[in-house]
Ligand binder design. Structure first.
Ligand code: PLP
Length: 238
């Protein structure tokens, strides 16, 4: 657990430097610890070092952890691929979903969100590089989807999320993030003041700096906090 402590300190230092370079207020960014495939002791350890928001990809694994760690005052974000027949446990257990890319899924989450909980925070996943096999709504269809999702009363549409193709240098990494930021601004021109998007969920271990420079408000970081994932766990699909 010493290693996690060092890793978190190193990630926080990178974030501080980049936020300063970008001239941004340190408070305008949330670090989401991506805890998929990590067992509870890693999550408790990260929590004890001040991280309180966790991202999970695999539903059954996530629900088990959320129940086991109920006494922890943690915020849970669903960031994995979401099938429409699996929306109910997501609506019941999470505060955020980053991977909505179809109206059908949004409507199900809206209908299944328990009354006892607040509105479910939503990001639309955008297929920012228009990759044929990738999840996410095409950028050209994002505005229509955003307008429809923003009408659903049990959801709160917060912003956009993307997982761009890997790129080597920071200038090329910035390009898809910039496109995501511009798309958010375009959508905001069509939304009422009370509904404006305030979230860009972008940036992972390999492109934290580029994402911060382009205005990320949630960074999703796994490897650089918890270390490398094993292949088996990494490839597990729901
Ligand atoms: C696994 C995952 C991450 C974290 O990636 P790292 O490279 O380990 O930081 C971020 N976002 C999503 C959607 C993921 O599935």
């Amino acid at each position: 657990m010493e290693l996690i402590k060092k890793n978190i300190a190193a990630v926080k230092a990178r974030i501080e430097t980049s936020m300063a370079d970008a001239g941004r207020d340190q408070q305008s960014l949330q670090l989401l610890a991506v805890s998929k495939t990590r067992d509870e002791k890693y999550i408790k350890s990260a929590f004890s070092m001040g991280l309180n928001a966790f991202g999970e990809n695999y539903l059954q694994e996530a629900v088990n952890k959320i129940q086991t760690l109920e006494s922890l005052d943690a915020e849970w974000h669903f960031i994995g691929p979401l099938q429409s027949n699996k929306t109910k446990p997501v609506a019941e257990n999470f505060s955020w979903v980053h991977t909505v890319d179809r109206l059908k899924i949004a409507k199900r989450l809206n209908d299944q969100r328990p009354e006892s909980l607040g509105a479910l925070n939503i990001c639309l996943q955008i297929n920012i590089d228009n990759e044929p096999s990738k999840s996410g709504v095409a950028p050209s269809e994002a505005i229509d989807l955003a307008l429809a999702v923003s009408e659903l009363p049990r959801l709160r549409l917060r912003g956009l999320m993307a997982i761009p193709m890997a790129r080597q240098d920071i200038d090329s990494q910035r390009q898809p993030f910039r496109e995501l930021r511009l798309l958010k601004e375009e959508i905001n021109q069509q939304l009422d003041n009370s509904q404006k998007l305030d979230t860009l969920s972008m940036g992972m271990s390999g492109d934290i700096e580029a994402a911060i420079l382009e205005g990320a408000t949630i960074l999703r970081v796994g490897t650089d906090i918890f270390g490398p994932r094993t292949d088996k766990a990494n490839n597990k699909e729901l």
